[in-house]
Design a protein around this ligand. Structure first.
Ligand SMILES: C[S@@+](CC[C@H](N)C(=O)[O-])C[C@H]1O[C@@H](n2cnc3c(N)ncnc32)[C@H](O)[C@@H]1O
Length: 379
């Protein structure tokens, strides 16, 4: 059994644990920014394919305690690097420090790189080279107090890159975060799902993938583990086939995405088409005030603009006030949510949130706020 750490956006640790728990037999332990678990090769492929909220699946390959910082080079040099880095492969190193022993992550990475290169050159007479952008082998080093843990990135480019985006909307949500918001919302996958400010459609697309059991990794062109020497192609193909067979389009779920900007809706449709779900989401160019709401129950999540960069000719506080009014008037009986990093603007919504979840959107402190809209309450 190998030891794994699946990273995720901050605030999604619980959801990440819950979502992968049906795929992992061993206990899953929550940590800041991810979850730990033990697993085998099949688990590693499975989690890369099925984790909706994870970002990178890291495999622990070495761990040791450091007596003094001067020992770092020697300790790293003494490890069996050829097991993971072939001379003809490129590699990269990312270091995270939480230790009084060091204060500069880049210089630590440099020292580690020198030790690895020297080790391999000594054994093979040749050295592997660094490729920061697209390495064959991505190493993650965590130094916490005196403990050094070295991980191998089994994912490659992060899992949120599902492969369905044609172009990027400048304020698009990270797909793993969007999926996490939906899972946090407790949407039952049966009633309607709305996003009335959908931008490039991330929330409706992720909602459709969840409801129709489409594995999030199914449309990625590549995972780092496919370049590993122990890559088991037949096992991987079997897992892909299972995931494809598991897709089950539910005809009755209605998922709606609308946005005031036509180009955004085109982006959404293009992405949905890329993964064959265009007939399962109704995308429309609409000002949110013109949205007509079907049925008297469902879930709505909006991710309104945070700042003034998005071309809307009203103030942000007015926009947030309008969102609150639309919720009250049109979404009676719905579970409505706002995801935003602008706490001042949120005050203008004019509704009392029943639940708030603290999250990070990249580096921005954000909140998912829950406003259940009960009938009669706002008359
Ligand atoms: C932060 S972006 C949403 C990004 C989206 N979650 C995604 O992943 O691409 C906010 C969106 O609100 C839209 N918007 C602003 N005012 C609107 C209005 N009155 N009605 C509908 N959409 C509006 C903008 O066009 C923009 O696409």
């Amino acid at each position: 059994m190998d030891k794994y750490f699946l990273t995720c956006p901050r605030g999604l640790e619980e959801v990440t644990k819950k979502q992968i728990s049906s795929y992992v037999n061993e206990p899953i332990k929550i940590d800041k920014g991810g979850v730990h678990f033990y697993g085998n090769l099949k688990d590693m492929y499975t989690i890369n394919l099925h984790s909706r909220t994870g970002m990178r699946l890291l495999k622990n390959i070495f761990a040791f305690d450091l007596e003094k910082p001067q020992n770092l080079y020697r300790n790293i040099y003494n490890l069996d690097w050829l097991k993971f880095i072939n001379v003809n492969k490129t590699f990269s190193i990312k270091t995270k420090l939480k230790s009084h022993l060091f204060n500069n992550a880049s210089s630590v990475s440099l020292r580690i790189k020198d030790a690895i290169v020297d080790n391999i050159r000594k054994k093979k007479g040749k050295r592997p080279f660094i490729n920061k952008k697209n390495p064959d082998v991505g190493l993650y080093i965590f130094i916490v107090d005196k403990t050094v843990k070295i991980y191998l990135n089994t994912t490659g480019i992060p899992l949120h890159k599902r492969g369905y985006r044609s172009k990027i909307h400048k304020a698009a949500l990270n797909e793993s975060l969007a999926s996490g918001l939906i899972l946090l919302s407790d949407w039952d996958k049966k009633n309607n799902f709305y996003d009335i400010m959908c931008g490039s459609g991330t929330l409706p697309i992720e909602a459709s993938m969840i409801a129709n059991k489409i594995a999030p990794g199914l449309f990625r062109s590549h995972f780092a583990f496919q370049k590993f020497d122990n890559f088991n192609k037949s096992l991987w193909i079997k897992l892909i086939d299972n995931a494809k067979n598991n897709i089950c389009f539910k005809p009755n779920i209605k998922i709606f995405g609308s946005d005031i900007i036509k180009d955004n809706i085109q982006l959404s449709i293009d992405s949905a088409k890329k993964i064959g779900i265009e007939d399962h989401i109704k995308f429309e160019v609409l000002d949110m005030k013109d949205v007509s709401v079907q049925d008297s129950q469902g879930t709505l999540i909006v991710n309104p603009p945070y700042g003034n960069r998005i071309g809307v000719n009203i103030s942000l506080s007015q926009l947030y006030e309008n969102i609150g009014d639309i919720f009250k008037k049109k979404f009676i009986g719905y579970d409505t949510y706002i995801f935003s990093g602008n706490f001042e603007a949120i005050k203008s919504v004019g509704l009392r949130s029943k639940k708030r979840v603290i999250l990070k959107n990249g580096t921005i402190d954000s909140r998912l706020l829950y406003y259940p809209i009960n009938s009669g309450k706002f008359d």
